[in-house]
Design a protein. Structure first.
Lengths: 347, 347
DNA sequence: CTGAAAGCGCTTACAG
DNA sequence: CTGAAAGCGCTTACAG
């Protein structure tokens, strides 16, 4: 029986079943409550017949309990975040929780802004999936918001390093990038170019630092000017490749290019191809992330594979933990996957 | 001043500013309300000082107005939906609306289930971004839910054809697939294979029908057995390619394979390559969708490009329209992009 | 086990 | 322009 006009309320169900509001409420939403079987049946039947859907707002207000979860990402269109979001949503749905997602487009002000907007919804948990920013003032402002949110009983999970509050899914950016560097040097490369992203992103600076450490472990140094900073996008990657490689006059052209994110490496490969160079014969290319698009490039991209969906699932599972104390940290490691886009440099 | 324990309420702000609850409410949430400037300043200052965040649930309950939007997709991990979601979220954020996303994984029962869960949140609009199912009973059940939701004042937007309620973003699947077929026949192909998806998805059957019509326009028929049905995934595409092409005994191997979604075509290309065949020299491959991954295959994938982000933006804009009547329909056309994965068949 | 009543944090007619 | 009060749709001590 589709309702006409206003939705049916619990009171309608109670009246229809001939019980009190309180009893209807208990029968419908308290799983532990048994009650008289006859009443229970009547209430359930009435709810079904009237097509009753509880009003989440009323429920949240009365019980100060919420069934929503906030998810903050930099950009859903980026499959890095789409995969993580998939993991978060999968676990949330299994618990009848609703995920509200917000995109910051890597703008600290938007991050703060949307965090505030999100907390307005009093979600039971907030998952911050995007890398944090290395900006003290911003970190302090975030901290203030998050502390207030947590004090009110909300759970916090960050997929990043260095957040001083809430649970952590810690991605081994530094170590994985370091291992990748080892493998690339072992291939024979000594001249590298790095297409990096915005310096303010801690994940970017971690990957860059790890990569540099890895090279140093093997006695290789990054030449000055061999790091370029671009947007973390396909176009950014193409631009980065051009900046690094489009200088026929200089003999020190890198033989291997590392893009700090797959999408950047893929953009770089596209530019390299369009410039008439071959991967890996002329230039080796490596990425970072393990997004699906790394599988379908030709040659298949050498990258650090992160289990993105699992990261999302783990984050959501941490969010489900009762209470914020003790703080939990789950470390997730990346796996270096040497594939076809890298090869020894030409002699 | 971070709150300790419970969040600050409007009453706290009102007390702190020395005004009534009503005045504080008006100053803070009614943009048209002027009031005495002195009071206004006191209220704003108090809110800022105390770090007041309104409780959305209370606000929604009292004003029966909501700032959330429900988004139903089949799978965020699929960049087709990630791009659409990006468009929806972009427009929603510009209006301070929060998007709650739910994934059905192409299961009609989950679709219904999550639609119900979503309507529990009384969102101001629901955007159904995934293709509908060609299942009468399920369509009727959806219709009942949606009608009740709409009767209660909610806006509905579907990105599909044939929904009998709400606004529509209508994607020209039939016509675009038809034009693609024309172009492929014009290339010289007469023997086609189609890697199709679940028959229950209307977008899939539309693309298939359009493709078949296009072939018939040119006097070409699909041989029996030249359509295989797989999951809409990379693995599905690989399996489909194997089913169609891995029969050296039969001479009627298609010279051109059409995958009804990019992800399927990409999977097919991967299998073809692994089987030692070349694209397009041995087999041409075409996809449908215009997802980012179509750009980075080598050879670059011939496909029907859909403006996915724009579809999301348009859907959200329709969702913002006041009232559900009159119903609006925005038709979005796909653009056939002939790229490197298709070529004339070998003589 | 059940019901009457208070209360969750807001908004909004209704008076003044 | 401002305030006191009712009400949004639930949950949950508190009695019985």
């Amino acid at each position: 029986m589709p309702s006409e006009g206003r939705p049916v309320r619990l009171k309608d169900v109670a009246d229809h079943a001939g019980v009190s509001l309180a009893t209807a409420s208990r029968m419908l939403s308290d799983a532990d409550y048994k009650g008289r079987a006859a009443l229970r049946d009547r209430v359930l039947a009435a709810a079904a017949e009237l097509g009753y859907r509880p009003n989440l707002h009323a429920r949240a207000l009365a019980s100060s309990t919420s069934t929503s979860v906030g998810l903050v990402v930099h950009d859903v269109r980026d499959s890095y975040f789409a995969m993580i979001a998939g993991g978060v949503i999968e676990v949330a749905e299994a618990h009848d929780l609703l995920v509200t997602m917000v995109c910051t487009y890597r703008d600290p002000r938007q991050e703060l802004n949307y965090l505030r907007l999100l907390s307005t919804q009093r979600p039971r948990a907030i998952v911050l999936a995007g890398s944090s920013f290395s900006d003290r003032a911003h970190a302090a402002a975030m901290m203030e918001q998050l502390a207030a949110y947590q004090a009110a009983g909300g759970a916090i999970v960050s997929v990043t390093r260095g957040r001083k509050i809430g649970h952590l899914v810690k991605i081994g950016n530094v170590e994985a990038a370091r291992r990748l560097a080892h493998r690339l040097v072992d291939l024979g490369h000594t001249s590298f170019g790095v297409i990096s992203g915005p310096a303010k992103l801690t994940s970017v600076s971690d990957r860059l630092r790890g990569f540099r450490l890895g090279l140093e472990d093997r006695g290789v140094r990054l030449a000055p000017g061999s790091i370029v900073r671009v947007d973390l996008s396909r176009d950014g990657g193409a631009r980065g490749a051009r900046l690094l490689l489009d200088r026929p006059d200089r003999p020190d052209r890198p033989t291997c290019v590392f893009g700090v994110a797959d999408v950047v490496a893929v953009g770089a490969m596209a530019w390299i191809r369009s410039a008439g160079l071959r991967v890996p014969a002329d230039v080796s290319v490596a990425g970072f992330g393990g997004t699906p698009l790394a599988f379908d490039t030709v040659p298949v991209l050498t990258t650090v594979e992160l289990p993105l969906e699992r990261i999302g699932r783990v984050a959501m599972e941490l969010a489900l933990l009762p209470g914020n104390e003790p703080r939990h940290t789950v470390e997730i490691d990346g796996a270096v996957q040497m594939r076809d886009s890298t090869a020894p440099p030409r002699p």
